[in-house]
Design a protein around this ligand. Structure first.
Ligand SMILES: Cc1ncc(COP(=O)(O)O)c(C=O)c1O
Ligand SMILES: N[C@@H](CCCC[NH3+])C(=O)O
Length: 415
């Protein structure tokens, strides 16, 4: 079931006409569906069945306070990678005790803040980081809960920019070094070993690499247990892909169930860190066609959203569906490159898209709820888009469009 669907000629987000939302809030506009977020979150939560588990939504996918608040109300945990993300989670009503802190470059100040808040666990990505956490915890007279993020050297079969589980990637600790580092951690007085973590990449469309990685992690878990280091959780990371085009990723239920079954009755808590699978198809980016033009036989639809609003097409050549908000029959379709106003040849949202459109029409870029707004910027001094959450027939402006004045906030002229 899709909460973004067409009624006659018009696109709806739940019970709200997208055309009306654009009129009310302007474009470019991100529109999120609360019902979709909740449905996706429950799919993970329910599929784990009897296995003790915690769904820690990956905040980087979409960190709008209202999005985090929807998740917090469901009792979600959160996967964060910075002090800023933790502060957002707390502001949105999230529980620090359900937060895992990932990331390769945690600063001492960020570690101290997270310890102060009492997070669930640090996912430690290097031996040097382990030493830093010990030092910070000691200075605060606290005990830091830690997991090692191990790198199982599994090819996730995804885009090289978003693959993280190979030995040559910057992430995690080589799984072959893990036993030694766990032994070291067990002697460090201000650390409490909690679990193990593994995240092999993003937009994975098959279960196999996840299960291969988990096989290797389970060998490590059993090996550590024999040495008296008993873990209380396994964090399997995020990475489950979604359908942008013709991909057929496993359903979150199928994925979460396959993972839970692999544990084979072990009495251990399972942590999931899904980002994209919850948010991507819970959002669209609505944009208005400013002009249509043809250069050297190539048609361009110049729209008011650009690479600064949605960078995935430019950065990864990612394909996202682009559809008219209202269908029209009074013009013939043609193939267009859908491009923004930013001064870069690489500024496009889609290429060669068959569309029947006129200037002034609205387009929706689908699957934009994850890594859309969070990766947006002010390049070309463009204020960032507004964000709206729909809930049935109601809509709430959850982030106002930036003003021109806000663009130079914090900047100073020379005296
Ligand atoms: C450590 C970690 N956990 C979770 C995620 C979320 O990934 P995804 O959005 O692919 O589920 C990421 C991003 O790839 C990550 O780096
Ligand atoms: N930002 C990427 C995914 C990276 C995931 C973060 N570790 C995307 O849009 O596909």
């Amino acid at each position: 079931m899709d909460y973004f669907n067409r009624r006659q000629q018009h696109l709806f987000a739940e019970e709200c006409a997208v055309e009306e939302l654009a009129k009310t809030y302007g474009t470019p506009l991100y529109v999120y569906s609360r019902a979709t977020i909740e449905r996706h979150w429950h799919a993970f939560d329910q599929a784990a069945g009897e296995q003790p588990h915690l769904v820690c939504y990956a905040v980087k996918a979409n960190s709008n306070l209202a999005v985090l608040n929807v998740m917090a109300r469901l009792g979600s945990g959160f996967d964060i990678v910075s002090q800023g993300e933790l502060a957002r989670v707390l502001k949105a009503g999230g529980d620090a005790k359900k937060v895992v802190f990932s990331g390769v470059g945690k600063k001492a100040s960020e570690i101290a803040f997270a310890l102060e808040q009492g997070i669930y666990c640090f996912n430690v990505e290097s031996e040097a980081e382990l030493d830093r956490i010990q030092a910070v915890a000691e200075s605060m007279d606290k005990t830091a809960p830690v997991s090692l993020r191990v790198n199982p050297d599994v090819d996730a079969g995804t885009h090289p920019y978003i693959s993280t589980g190979l030995k040559e990637n910057k992430f995690g600790i080589n799984i072959d070094d893990a036993v030694r580092i766990y032994q070291k951690a067990s002697t460090m007085p201000n650390l409490a070993i909690k679990g193990v973590d593994c995240h092999i990449g993003s937009q994975l469309t098959e279960i196999r690499p996840f299960l291969d990685a988990l096989d290797r992690v389970l060998i490590l878990v059993d090996n550590l247990a024999e040495q008296g280091i008993v873990l209380s959780h396994i964090d399997v990371g995020g990475g489950l892909g979604v359908c942008y085009d013709k991909e057929q990723p496993p359903h979150p239920k199928e994925y979460a169930k396959a993972i839970a079954e692999k544990l084979d009755g072990r009495n251990i808590t399972l942590v999931y860190e899904p980002g994209r699978a919850i948010m991507a198809n819970a959002g669209i980016l609505v944009t208005e066609v400013e002009f249509l033009k043809t250069n050297e036989g190539r048609n361009f639809a110049i729209v008011d959203a650009a690479m600064n609003d949605l960078i995935r097409p430019s950065l990864y050549q990612a394909w996202q569906n682009i559809i008219p908000v209202s269908l029209r029959e009074d013009t013939a379709s043609a193939y267009y490159d859908v491009v923004g106003p930013v001064c870069e040849t690489g500024d496009f949202l889609g290429k060669d898209r068959e569309l029947a459109i006129k200037a002034g029409d609205l387009l929706a870029v689908r699957s934009s709820g994850a890594y859309g707004f969070t990766m947006s910027s002010n390049y070309n001094s463009r204020p960032r888009a507004a964000e709206v959450m729909v809930d049935g027939d109601k809509s709430v402006l959850v982030r106002a469009r930036e003003t021109i004045e806000s663009l130079w906030q914090g900047e100073n002229l020379l005296p």
